[in-house]
Design a protein around this ligand. Sequence first.
Ligand SMILES: Cc1cc2nc3c(=O)[nH]c(=O)nc-3n(C[C@H](O)[C@H](O)[C@H](O)COP(=O)(O)O)c2cc1C
Length: 298
Amino acid sequence: MNLKTKLNKLVFQNPITTASGTFGSEMEEYVNFNKLGAIVTKTITKERKAGNPSPRLYETEWGLLNSIGLQNPGVESFITETIPLYEKYQTPLIVSFSASTQEEFMEVLSRLESVNSISGYEVNVSCPNVENEGLAFGVDAQVVNELTAKLRKLTKKELIIKLTPNVTNIVDIAIAAKEGGADSLALINTLLGMAIDPMTGKSRIMKKICGYSGSAIKPVALANVYRVAQAIDIPILAMGGAENYLDVLEFIYAGASMVAIGTANFYNPAITEKIISDLSQHFSKYNLTMDKIRGKSF
Ligand SMILES: Cc1cc2nc3c(=O)[nH]c(=O)nc-3n(C[C@H](O)[C@H](O)[C@H](O)COP(=O)(O)O)c2cc1C
């Protein structure tokens, strides 16, 4: 069945990809990577990061809390050790990266530009900006606009800006990214969450306030995707609580061109392939294409 879809510059065989930080090369044991629409890698930074102290994952009744803290090997090791693990697959590779200053974002992108097998970039702007009192880059429309424009000058590849939902008006940030030259937008990154042991008062996560993901956040993610899709005409890579093909259909009706599966990979590492197969059957049965349903919620 024809599940073909695209972002601005990239065409994909189907709309299913992986949410950054929830899916690594070790998943090849469970998933045939050639079946995926695209692969989005864990966010990398210029230097290696050890991540936050444990405990840094906690499963609540309604979703997952995490405070991994961008643990990654750094861009050099990523290029020499990680990228080759994906080069045997045809699936487009989208590399997520982040930094703590605009200059450093540019340095990481310049370095990644030397790698031909990268199809596009997802820019994680949810991390603290040391030049702006440690506020996340993604909460300030002006900063998002400037940063996107600087990165745009460095690459012709698909440039996806990943938005945080922890803002007053996500549409303002989406417009700022588009005007800065983004090809497409990814949303949403995690909400903020916390859990406390009620018997002792101790936080379940060492860093206390952390990222909240999983099926519980799907209605919030859908609302954000729908609002952005209504406001601007730029392709959307949606994520937030999608764990089966019906969830994916909801995101497509809300306006998404691609849907990333995140937390659901922890419950079933083979879930992405199952979703693609279920979606394909559904498209066949009802004679659908992405164009027929994208953004057609009423
Ligand atoms: C354990 C974990 C690690 C994550 N790491 C990253 C990351 O490195 N970069 C990023 O942009 N998002 C990261 N995320 C956020 C996901 O990519 C996604 O935006 C979010 O979890 C919502 O989707 P989901 O509910 O399907 O998981 C992480 C999420 C989890 C649960």
